[in-house]
Structures are given as C-alpha cells and as structure tokens.
Design a protein around this ligand. Structure first.
Ligand SMILES: O=C(O)CCC(=O)C(=O)O
Ligand SMILES: [Fe+2]
Length: 202
C-alpha cells in the first residue's frame, strides 16, 4: 500500500484537451527532498537568466543552470547557452524521474526562484532544439508554488500546486496548444528549485 501517494492517479490527464499533463505527487520523501534541495542550492553554479529584447540586455533575479549529456548550445531569448556536464545529484534525480515516468531525458534546465517575488511568465517550451511533442518532466523542490496552464485559443486556464518533492509531466501536444507560467506571489518568502528534464535533438 502506498500511503504516500494516496489518491493520486498518475494516469489522469489534468488538461481537458489538446495535450497531456500527468501529476505523480511526491517523488521524494520529505527528508530526501530536503537533502536534494540543500545540495542543489549549494553545488549548482546558479547564474541569472539573460535575455536580449529589442537590443536591450536583461538579467533576471531568477537563476538558472543547464545540464546535458553533451555540451549542447541552446538558444532562447536571443542568447545562446551551453550545457554543463551532469553532477552526481542530477544523475540520481534523472534516474528517479526516468524510472517513475518510463521516459528518457538527455538534458535538464534548473530554475531557482529565491522568493515568491520571482516567477516565470506565460510561455510554452516549444523551442526547435527540443524533441517535438517530447515529454518534459518537472520536479519541484522547496517552497510550494502555483503552476498554471492557459489554452492558446480558448484562454481556458487550469492551475495546480506543486509541493516540495513533487513531479509533474507535460507531454503530447501540450506545448503546441497551451502556455504555462509560474505566477509570482508575495506570500512565499522561501526559495523554490525546479528541474525540467527534457529531450534535445540536434
Ligand atoms: O518552475 C517551474 O515550475 C516552471 C519552469 C518552466 O516552465 C521552464 O523552465 O520552462
Ligand atoms: Fe516551461
């Protein structure tokens, strides 16, 4: 009996149409999630995200780091970033996520939101370097935050809370038809780390 993931149906599609989002609940026991949060906060070479928009250079308070099997160059917001080699903790987390989802990933984008003041605006992860309709697995550590989807045509929205240690997977045509975001909130004072495991094709 799995008391931990009680009442979570991993096969249920949380989107009403045009894509698939599955919620796996807690992938990690709280103490294990605490261990990974502390180790990622201290071992990852966090850097602000950068964008060049209409020729102006922006740095975010949100921090990122990107890891992959080979040092891929990945371009978004007019900036090219190069992937770092996996750390031992990331190899362990990737294995856990792959075992749980039955999917395989060759890269991971990490985001660090120091407080609720930082979020991520509406977007879809449809960059051309990403495998078309490939699964994206999102592991959350630290402060619980709201995560929302908005249908590109109908504007229908659905939101979920992503607690410490939880796993959510977006797949199928989700990125084609839906935007997602992490809304900022004044209520959250603690950091959150999110790992999105992805498949890059070159
Ligand atoms: O922090 C999150 O939960 C979402 C991150 C995200 O959407 C992304 O990195 O593309
Ligand atoms: Fe995203």
């Amino acid at each position: 009996m799995d008391l931990f993931n009680i009442e979570i149906d991993e096969t249920k599609n949380l989107l009403p149409k045009d894509g698939i989002v599955n919620y796996y609940g807690s992938l990690l026991l709280p103490a294990v999630a605490d261990h990974y949060l502390t180790s990622l906060l201290t071992t990852i070479p966090w850097k602000p995200d950068e964008a060049v928009i209409f020729g102006k250079h922006y740095l975010t308070k949100r921090k990122i780091a990107w890891f992959a099997n080979i040092p891929y160059a990945y371009t978004y917001s007019n900036i090219t970033k190069r992937a770092l080699p996996w750390t031992p903790e990331l190899v362990e987390l990737k294995k856990l996520v792959e075992e749980k989802t039955g999917e395989h990933f060759n890269s991971c984008l990490l985001n660090l939101y120091p407080t609720g003041n930082e979020g991520m605006a509406w977007h879809s992860d449809g960059e051309k370097d990403l495998k078309k309709n490939g699964a994206i697995a999102s592991l959350s550590l630290g402060a619980e935050r709201k995560f929302s989807f908005r249908h590109k045509q109908t504007k229908e929205t659905v939101s979920f809370l992503l607690p410490h240690g939880s796993l959510l997977v977006m797949k199928g045509t989700t990125q084609t038809h839906w935007l997602h975001r992490l809304p900022p909130t004044t209520r959250v004072k603690l950091p959150r780390v999110n790992l999105t495991f992805r498949t890059i094709t070159n």
